[in-house]
Ligand binder design. Structure first.
Ligand code: SAH
Length: 273
């Protein structure tokens, strides 16, 4: 320490007040060197960078504001919005990106992959809930998710379904999702390390199938594993070569395909990594 002054404990006893005042006249004009202060200051600065205002104690409030913004984009399904308001997205992104967790943007999660942006997660699940089986039961039932990534969408799906089977082909992402979702201790989630273009036969059929990576075609395994009355939502390359959100319903009369808006997903790849 740089000063020889005796440490003063506050509040001061009355009989020490005068000596304290005398001492204060000896305080040098330039600031005292206090090495710990610099460290403390650095820690405060780091925390400010990592924990944005609003994330932390009142992150529920930040999510409510995110949901208000989602409503402005036309999303209406209260059940989906409720799930979006409940799941802490900041726990699924890297620490350095936490301050962007509640912006409507996709973010890198490593291995060349991204966490989908909240509006597309909500949009796809809203479409999924419009399937015949989901409309009758009010639940997504058994869900197959292709492309777990960091597990954020998995956590949202779990709140709206009986069980989610989520397949990821990149081992470190599968591990990351396991870690992220372990904290939520959600018994409805089953993570699978595998090639999702093959679906996940052991737990088929699925009332709902949702795909988070863009392929050239809708995999045959998904159609085979879709339950009657079930619905699939996937980004697929359309005739004009653009990636488009596609909905496939399995009806008594066969499959009904409907194309929706243009989307931008990372590519669906086969095999394991
Ligand atoms: N819903 C995820 C999206 C992650 S990005 C999230 O919000 O985090 C898409 C993911 O699909 C990537 O993790 C990628 O590795 C995975 N993927 C691509 N092709 C796949 C395949 N054939 N089987 C399983 N996962 C696949």
């Amino acid at each position: 320490m740089s000063t020889q002054r005796p440490a003063l404990k506050f509040p001061l006893r009355l009989d020490r007040l005068s000596s304290a005042m005398t001492l204060s006249t000896h305080v040098p004009a330039r600031p005292l060197l206090r090495p710990q202060a610099l460290l403390q200051h650095a820690a405060v600065e780091a925390a400010r960078r990592i924990v944005p205002s609003g994330v932390g104690l009142d992150s529920a409030d930040v999510r409510r504001r995110m949901v208000e913004r989602l409503k402005l984009t036309g999303l209406r399904d209260e059940a989906v919005l409720g799930a979006m308001a409940a799941v802490p997205r900041h726990q699924f992104v890297d620490t350095a990106l936490v301050n962007q967790a509640y912006e409507d943007t996709s973010l890198p999660i490593g291995h060349g992959q991204t966490i989908s942006k909240p509006s597309i997660v909500a949009r796809m699940i809203e479409l999924l809930r419009g399937g015949a089986a989901a409309l009758t039961t009010g639940s997504l039932g058994h869900v197959l998710e292709v492309g777990t990534g960091c597990g954020y969408q998995t956590a949202i799906l779990a709140r709206l379904s009986r069980q989610v089977f989520s397949v990821e082909r990149v081992r470190p992402l599968y591990d990351k999702a396991r870690q992220n979702l372990a904290e939520l201790r959600d018994a409805q989630i089953r993570l699978v390390y595998g090639d999702g273009t093959l679906g996940h036969a052991p737990n088929a059929p699925y009332a709902s199938i949702i795909v988070s990576a863009g392929g050239d075609v809708i995999a045959q395994a998904w159609l085979d594993q879709l339950a009657p009355g079930g619905r699939l939502v996937a980004p697929v390359r359309a005739a004009d070569n653009r990636q488009t959100l596609m909905v496939v319903d399995k009806t008594a009369g066969g499959f009904r395909h409907t194309n929706f808006e243009r989307v931008y997903f990372v590519p669906l790849r086969s095999g394991l990594a």
